[in-house]
Design a protein around this ligand. Structure first.
Ligand SMILES: [Zn+2]
Length: 690
């Protein structure tokens, strides 16, 4: 007998100690074949379509494929090797093709509709009903109901859209990689921190050049804008960044080839055509179908209202900045390339503390322990060390229990290392499902890229976290709890599955708030050498700096969100008006800082032209309203008693966290708060309340 492929072993947790690159192709091929076999069985006519004879077997078959591929993707993200990358890239098209074909399978669509119309539907649980409704919706939005000719056109639109969108991001990437600003004389870099200069020096050396080389990658260009005393230098890098991939680009080795101006118009035209094929007035309506927001009009008025409220604070921020720049920096007219520089100087002046100083109070064990204790207290659970095969010795594994009963488990992979993708994220290794007394508990991956512990004289010192890193950790844990504390039995809507895009950041942003609570910080900090908790005076300074320029920042987010909405709502891509004119119009009405005429920010706005955020950029602010309002309920309870806080934690767990995608997010919110969301808490938390 040959040994079993560990990727095909679903009896327990993934066998990370045994899975190798060579297992991927045979496992994925086997699972694809099995899934296809189930799909073709289910395509056969059935006398009566039911949950048990149709949805359940389909879900069962595809779940294993999803789980195995999830393991491969995860490994590709956290321990990238040439062998793994090769097999990942080789298998990815097959997997994508399977899911795409499944989403357009007309026989399956007809069966979902038959089930939706059957007498059985009314007898199903709300979670099962929602899974069927979501499936019917997704088939419909995928063009499954269109007549043959239009269906063909729909497919062409998708194909062209994917190609142009890929081209859009390639242009941005190529232009970003191409531009180089070489500074010969170190004296010209006055004000720039030593580590930034060292990186620029190394970049030049690598290409056999003398001097300092800067690029348009964020860690290179932004510190130059922020710190360089020499104004011409700031202007040069600002101009390059604001014109990349556009008709205004200069100093790039290619211009027309990388210009995204026409690609933007093509994408907007294709989206408009898709919307009309599907029977909608515009693409904004299409984008909102699976979201929490009800209509483009509702989103636009939410944004305009927020703009109006933020404006006086933004005006005050700008006036202060202008005055400071004039009086202290000798900048009579504040140009676009002066804003990060002057802001940095003002911030340093006003809140005399450094991130470095704060960091000394956040050693990793203390932070992780503080986070776990908070979770245990809020949600009445226990977090315990557990063991499982892992992909790297730094990874730890834990279990969550309530009253001795296993609820979920998670991997914690905190440190940056070679072969690991940047950023922080939560992903699911396994979702919750249950039938009868058979329960599959959820398992999560929590991945960050913090600094690993330094080793001094052979002894590992605890890693020190910046406050931003602590916030990131809490944020990802918010997603993790959403996934793990679910009580929903149906895989398709348990945890974060099926949660609306514009509501999915609620639990994560909610957790961030605790990183600003004195009661939490006091017990979560210990100075690296003295062991003292965070001093109250330093905390007060951090709190004061928290909302620095929040008026201007809010207005900027609103400006991006509004131009995204208008381009997909009332802009006629086939008419004579230019995209630039729409953007100028939004800025005239809502922005306080009008960028220079050469600015082509939109030409690298990948979120909406090469990501999933078209007519969806507003989601960031939308979810923030929800998370701030939920947190306000905790603030109100804390002012009453510990018992009231405990009760609020229980209600949050029951009404929002544990119900996942089994009902609309608005229903969950209202059940928790006893009313619809209000913007007041967000304004107050951002220092913009009257
Ligand atoms: Zn998030």
């Amino acid at each position: 007998m040959t040994e079993q492929n560990p990727l095909l072993d679903f009896s327990g947790l993934p066998r990370f100690d045994a899975i190798k690159a060579e297992h991927v192709t045979p496992a994925i091929d086997t699972l694809l074949a099995q899934s296809r076999a189930v799909v073709s069985q289910l395509e056969a006519p059935q006398a009566q379509v039911s949950w048990d004879n149709f949805v359940a077997p389909l879900e069962q078959a595809t779940e294993l494929l999803g789980r195995a591929w999830g393991i491969v993707s995860h490994l590709n993200n956290v321990v990238d090797t040439p062998e793994l990358r090769a097999t990942y890239n080789e298998n990815q098209p097959k997997v994508t093709e399977f899911w795409t074909a499944l989403g357009q399978n007309e026989v399956l669509f007809a069966k979902y509709k038959a089930l939706r119309a059957s007498a059985e539907f009314a007898t199903l649980s709300p979670a099962r009903q929602r899974i069927i409704d979501n499936a019917v919706r997704d088939f419909r939005m995928g063009g499954a109901e269109l007549p043959a000719e239009q269906k063909e056109r729909y497919a062409e639109i998708q194909e062209q859209h994917a190609a142009v969108s890929t081209r859009f991001s390639e242009n941005v990437l190529d232009a970003t990689n191409d531009f180089k600003l070489l500074v010969a004389d170190e004296a010209d870099l006055a004000g720039v921190p030593a580590d930034v200069k060292a990186a620029a020096r190394a970049a030049a050396e690598k290409e056999g050049k003398a001097g300092y080389e800067f690029s348009l990658h964020f860690p290179s260009y932004f510190p130059l804008l922020q710190f360089a005393d020499k104004r011409e230098l700031r202007e040069a890098i600002y101009r390059a960044n604001a014109t990349k991939a556009s008709d205004q680009a200069e100093g790039f080795s290619k211009k027309d080839d990388w210009d995204n101006t026409a690609n933007i118009v093509t994408l907007l035209k294709l989206r408009d055509e898709e919307a009309k094929l599907l029977g909608y007035r515009n693409f904004a309506e299409v984008s909102l179908v699976p979201k929490m927001a009800q209509s483009p009009e509702q989103v636009i008025s939410f944004l305009e209202d927020l703009a109006q409220r933020a404006r006086p604070y933004a005006q005050q921020d700008l006036d202060e900045l202008k005055q400071f720049a004039r009086e202290e920096l000798g900048l009579d007219e504040l140009k676009a390339w002066d804003i990060p520089y002057a802001s940095e100087k003002l911030q340093e002046r006003r809140y005399a503390f450094s991130a470095q100083e704060v960091k000394q109070y956040f050693p990793e064990p203390k932070v992780v322990d503080g986070l776990f204790r908070l979770i245990q207290r809020l949600f009445n659970v226990d977090i315990k060390t557990d063991s499982a095969p892992v992909w790297h010795p730094d990874v730890r594994f834990f279990r969550i229990e309530r009253a001795g009963k296993l609820i979920g488990q998670f991997y914690l992979d905190l440190y940056a290392r070679a072969g690991k993708s940047g950023g922080a994220w939560m992903d699911d290794a396994r979702g919750r499902r249950a039938s009868g007394d058979k329960v599959q508990t959820p398992v999560a991956y929590l991945t960050c890229n913090f600094t690993e512990p330094a080793v001094v004289d052979g002894v590992a010192q605890p890693s020190l976290f910046t406050h931003d890193e602590v916030i990131t950790l809490f944020h990802e844990f918010g997603h993790g709890l959403h996934h793990m504390l679910t009580v929903v039995d149906e895989l398709g809507v348990s945890g974060i599955a099926g949660v609306e895009w514009d509501a999915v950041e609620l639990p994560s942003q909610f957790m961030e708030n605790f990183c600003w609570e004195w009661d939490v910080l006091e017990h979560m900090t210990a100075h690296a050498t003295t062991g003292e908790p965070l001093p109250r005076a330093l905390y007060d300074k951090m709190l004061a700096a928290k909302n620095f320029q929040s008026g201007l920042q809010t207005l900027r987010q609103v400006e991006f969100s509004l131009l995204d909405m208008h381009l997909h709502y009332d802009y006629d891509a086939n008419g004579s008006q230019s995209v630039q004119a729409v953007i100028d119009g939004v800025r005239q009405q809502f922005a306080l800082i009008i960028p220079p005429a050469f600015n082509r920010f939109q030409n690298s706005f990948g979120h909406i032209f090469a990501g999933g955020y078209a007519a969806g950029y507003y989601s960031y602010k939308w979810a923030e309203v929800l998370s701030a309002d939920v947190y306000a309920a905790f603030e109100e309870a804390q002012a009453i008693s510990p018992a009231a806080t405990a009760e609020t934690g229980k209600r949050y767990l029951e009404e929002i966290l544990s119900v996942g995608g089994s009902r609309p997010a608005l229903e969950s919110f209202t059940a928790f708060r006893g009313r619809e969301p209000s913007i007041d808490a967000l304004l107050r938390h951002s220092g913009m309340a009257a």
